[in-house]
Design a protein around this ligand. Sequence first.
Ligand SMILES: [Zn+2]
Length: 214
Amino acid sequence: MARNVVQFQKGLSEPAFDRQYGTEEQCRAVVIGLRWPDGFRCPACGGREHSMVTTRDLFQCRACRRQTSPIAGTIFASTKLALRTWFRAIYHLTQSKQGISSIELGRRLGVTQTTAWTVKHKLKQVMMERNATKPLTGRVEIDDAYLGGERSGGKLAETRSVCGWGEAHQARRRSSLPSRRRRRASRFASSSAASQASAVHPSPALPSAASIPD
Ligand SMILES: [Zn+2]
């Protein structure tokens, strides 16, 4: 069988990532390169001549003297996090197929879970917006689809099962509650492939991106 090229792609190792994006200067150079691929251009007058305001890390246009930050207008703009931390977050977020929880991301970045959550959601938002501009075409196959899933019961559910009424109670809840998962599933149901999957596996316990906690 032919090897799946996507599954076996080489990716970027952690040491390689550190070499390329390990310092603030490297990350800043990448952002500047992406923002102005042909060199600085003043957003106000379009001028190219500029000087640097080194104390505040700004570009100043020689024509209109407007000062511009390379991260203004990007998702990096309104946070105090170093670009290096943002790049590391991008790396962790994109390395595993299952994604990463904000708790784990915070641990790896050395920031609070709240910060990690914000970073993660901003990154996911821009990923989604970029993807939205590129609709899928041709034959579309869905792998690792996830609809429904395991219900976390905790100790209470175990007790109920032991008492003999847990199963029935759970079944009643499943049928009567319009849970978040059900609503989520109904959103997917517009795709015919998803509705087929839902008919075949009403509550599969397959792991997937949708099951990753925030
Ligand atoms: Zn200008």
